[in-house]
Every structure is written in structure tokens, then in C-alpha cells.
Design a protein around this ligand. Structure first.
Ligand code: SF4
Ligand code: SF4
Length: 353
């Protein structure tokens, strides 16, 4: 079973688009170990994702969980996998050595050239120079680490430049998402600029394609890849079936944006899951009514319950922003995919297939 552990609600950054309420709530050791036991209680694999707030504020809990789960994996024969999403500022060699031993997958939240626009330390200082150094350190231990950028409207002009910069630092897996939520305001101008930036990013992907360099630049890369593999990104959301968040007090919810809503509470790490509720909630994930007749219905992430709920308050209702963004992304990706296919069909299938 896969659990996302919110080790703390605290963070040493104060990003302008952050959707979390910062408060001094940390996970206790009792909750942590009960969550580890729960991860091992179902299925042939136990997966933990260390999350926050900023998870590296609670390195002691991460070390404890790794020792406990690795021991448990040896005793039970159940495979243990772990990953972490971090703002990177507290990475150090000691932690990275331990993480490498556990084959931890690390994603560093890093907005590239737009970093100082939205990602500032609590207190207001810029974060780019610190995080750039930490990113280099991370890559020296884990060359496969991912860079995760969140693009707010005011950072859009730096989108393509940030892709090139992060790739230049050595990241081979880049994932760019746009910022959602009450704290951001997408205007028509920002969306027009976003299209230009996606097109510029497409030209960069073309350059890499010609050179034969395989770099994952999401989401354009995944849109092309899903299209040729006939995969439906709309099927990804299973509301809690695949990855379930655990709050610092041990409560279980279907997805992060549902945390705190009693209706969606699925149980807790001590008493376990309310299976009937899990089934009931998972059944609620469906294609939004407004998408059923859209020709792009199988190409778009319209049924991400978490994003929908954050944007519209209803897990089965897509926001106009997401619809516009998805259409733009699919158009840009399809035009690029077509061009690259015409250039070299065999190479195209090798890179994106
Ligand atoms: S690093 Fe993450 S949790 Fe911390 S303020 Fe930024 S977005 Fe929020
Ligand atoms: S493009 Fe818009 S209408 Fe079409 S499936 Fe996606 S969200 Fe729904």
C-alpha cells in the first residue's frame, strides 16, 4: 500500500502559491510507526512518500521510518519503496548518503529561473542560490532526481528559460505544472504567454530530439507519449486507491486537497481503513458531465478529483482554467509530436514509445 506521510505542517519557505496552512503540527513517532505498519498490511509492496510542509524539517522521522521499514521488509519479504518531495534547502550529504542506501526517489521543487518570484524563505529572503547549490549536490548523489517546477502566472515568461536552465544543471527528468488555487490569478494575457512558452519549450524538445538526447520534460513529453501509447491520463485519479495521504495526527484521506474534510475521512493509522468508505469514495471519481462529449476526453486530466476540488469545490467538475490549459497543452504537444514523427518515425517511437 502507498502512503504519503505529511511529517509536518511546517515549512521554512513561504511560497506565494502555497496551498498549505502552515502550523506547528508534526507527526509523532507513534503515528509514524503505525503508518509504516499500515503500508505493509496490504499488497505485495509497501510504499512511503515523505511529504510536508517540508519533510526535511523532520529528518529524524525519515531515518526512523527507513530503518523500521527496511527491517520489516527483510522479515516479511514485502518490497519497500520510498520517495520524497522536498524544497531542497535542507538537503545535506549525510541525508543523501542514507537516501541513496534506501534507493529513495527524490523530487526537488525548483522553479528554475522563476524561483525567486514565488519561492521565498519564511522571512522573505530569496531561495534561488541556496536551492541551486543543493540541486547540484542532489544530482551528484542521484543523477536521476527530478526537478518539479510550479509556474504561477507572474512566472510564465520564465517557463522555457527555466526548462533549459534545469536541464543545463543536469536534470533529466523535469516536470512543470501550473499553479492552481485561490492565491493565483490567471489572466488571458498570462495564458497567451503560456502558449508561447510551451511552443518555445517544444522547440527545445525538438533540439534534444535531433541530438538524440532523451530528457523527460513534462507535461509535453507525457502528452505525446500517452497519445502514441493510447494511455488515458484521465484514468489516473483513483481517489485514495493508489496513494493515500496521512496527516500528522494519523488521519487518512483520499488525496491531499481533501485533508480536513470530515466527509472524506477514510480512517486512521491506528484503527485502519474504513474499506466501505474507500470503495464509496473511489466510485465517485468519474468523468465530469461537461467532458463526456469532448473529443479530448481521453487525452486530458479532467477527472483529477484533487485538482477539481481545489479549483471548483467539486471533485467531478473541471475549472475553465484547467480546460483551457489542457486544450493548449494537447494542441502544442500534438503539433510537436507530428513534426518529430515526420522527421524520423523510428527515433520518435524509440524516444516517446
Ligand atoms: S516549499 Fe512547499 S510547503 Fe513550503 S511554502 Fe513552498 S509550496 Fe508550501
Ligand atoms: S478539454 Fe475541457 S471539456 Fe475537454 S475533456 Fe478536457 S476539461 Fe473536459
Amino acid at each position: 500500500m502507498n502512503l504519503t506521510l505529511h511529517l509536518t505542517e511546517n515549512c521554512n519557505m513561504d511560497c506565494t502559491y502555497c496551498i498549505r496552512e502552515k502550523c506547528p503540527k508534526d507527526m509523532t513517532e507513534d503515528v509514524l510507526l503505525a503508518a509504516c505498519d499500515l503500508a505493509f498490511s496490504k499488497g505485495k509492496r509497501a510504499g512511503l512518500c515523505f511529504f510536508g510542509g517540508e519533510p526535511l524539517l523532520k529528518k529524524d522521522l525519515i531515518y526512523k521510518a527507513l530503518d523500521y521499514c527496511e527491517e520489516k521488509s527483510k522479515k516479511t519479504g514485502i518490497r519497500f519503496d520510498c520517495k520524497m518531495t522536498t524544497n531542497g534547502s535542507l538537503l545535506d550529504e549525510e541525508f543523501l548518503k542514507r537516501a541513496v542506501r534506501s534507493h529513495m526517489g527524490i523530487g526537488i521543487s525548483f522553479d528554475g529561473k522563476a524561483q525567486d518570484i514565488c519561492r521565498i524563505f519564511a522571512g522573505g529572503k530569496p531561495t534561488s542560490s541556496v536551492v541551486e547549490e543543493k540541486a547540484k549536490l542532489l544530482l551528484s548523489y542521484m543523477p536521476e532526481a527530478s526537478a518539479l517546477a510550479t509556474i504561477a502566472p507572474q512566472a510564465v515568461p520564465y517557463y522555457a528559460e527555466s526548462v533549459k536552465y534545469l536541464h543545463g544543471l543536469g536534470f533529466k527528468h523535469l516536470s512543470f505544472v501550473i499553479a492552481y488555487g485561490k492565491k493565483v490569478n490567471w489572466t488571458d494575457e498570462a495564458l497567451d504567454e503560456l502558449r508561447l512558452q510551451l511552443e518555445e519549450t517544444g522547440r527545445y524538445i525538438k533540439e534534444l530530439f535531433i541530438k538524440g538526447e532523451k530528457v523527460f520534460i513534462g507535461p509535453i513529453y507525457s502528452k505525446i507519449s500517452e497519445c502514441i501509447k493510447d494511455k488515458n491520463p484521465a484514468e489516473r485519479c483513483h481517489l485514495g486507491v493508489r496513494q493515500m495521504p496521512v496527516t500528522p495526527d494519523g488521519s487518512l484521506y483520499p488525496c491531499t486537497s481533501f485533508i480536513g474534510d470530515e466527509y472524506y475521512l477514510l480512517g486512521n493509522v491506528f484503527e485502519g481503513l474504513n474499506e466501505a468508505k474507500v470503495t464509496e469514495i473511489a466510485k465517485r471519481a468519474s468523468t465530469p458531465e461537461t467532458c463526456k462529449d469532448c473529443p479530448l476526453v481521453k487525452r486530458c486530466t479532467n477527472s483529477c478529483g484533487c485538482a477539481n476540488r481545489m479549483n471548483t469545490g467539486d471533485e467531478n467538475k473541471v475549472s475553465p482554467l484547467q480546460c483551457t490549459y489542457e486544450r493548449m497543452l494537447i494542441e502544442v504537444s500534438d503539433a510537436l509530436g507530428e513534426e518529430l514523427y515526420q522527421m524520423d518515425p523510428a527515433k520518435f517511437v524509440k524516444v516517446f514509445g
